[in-house]
Design a protein around this ligand. Sequence first.
Ligand SMILES: *Cc1c(COP(=O)(O)O)cnc(C)c1O
Length: 297
Amino acid sequence: MDPFLAIKPLLEPLSLPLLDKKKVRASVLRLDLLHPLVSGNKWFKLRYYLTDALAQHKKRVITFGGAWSNHLLATAAACQELGLRTAACIRGERPAKLSATLDQAQSLGMELYFLTREQYRHKSIPESLTTEDDYLIQEGGIGALGVKGAATILDTVDKEQYSHILCAAGTGTTLAGLINAAPPTCEVIGIPVLSDTTDIDATLREQLQDRTACWQLQPGYEWGGYAKHPAALLNFMNELFAQSHIPTDIVYTGKLFYACLALVEKDHFDTGSQLLLVHSGGLQGNRSLSPDVLCFT
Ligand SMILES: *Cc1c(COP(=O)(O)O)cnc(C)c1O
């Protein structure tokens, strides 16, 4: 079941003067081009949950997310194509005006439930809102089936040729999948997008298959925390787009590309290294900005 896997090649070389100067080669796995709404790593994280939901004859998928959540929009769009209903639990009171992302998810049939902060924190869905026909997916697709799906990201490339694979890490689900699927000669580097890496640490502790796998986290590129976007980050994203035509987002991939180039600059990678940057897609965070801030959409 893979209605969203594009046939077109998703891999493209990244060519920037800094990479030439340091004799480091980089390719970008453009998962952002997979599907307009089921973008990036989200399809991979969802695929086995949705197979499971269909196999269990569930009628509706219920999950969690924020106002600009790539996960909610991807879930709404993927489930609509698969004939599953969807519902989302969102923290806080229903705002007078829905975010563009929630509005779009709702137009794809997603029912929106606004939970109190307390309910949200415990991820407890009030009984009145759910039935046994519901299939629950944790926020960000966290869990074993999410990791298993994320591992299949590397089925789309010839993974043996890379010395390093880099990705942004929110819950760490994608990172764990990549570590499980990477060849032993390849180091996987996660760039945390939050200052608090509790979720990432827990995911890695629970989900890594091989304790000796080669990976590391490179913290220090959070730009103040989740969805924080100082002008310097926005400038970097605009410049990257001008040079490479690669759109990035303020929450995840802007930080990934920035961190990668900062590590190249610091000679973190040996001459001759072959990097694979996993562009994990999802540009919803950019919709929270005023329209004139980025030179691309
Ligand atoms: C959700 C998301 C991530 C984070 O993935 P995790 O598996 O939670 O670490 C990274 N990049 C983009 C674009 C995302 O939407």
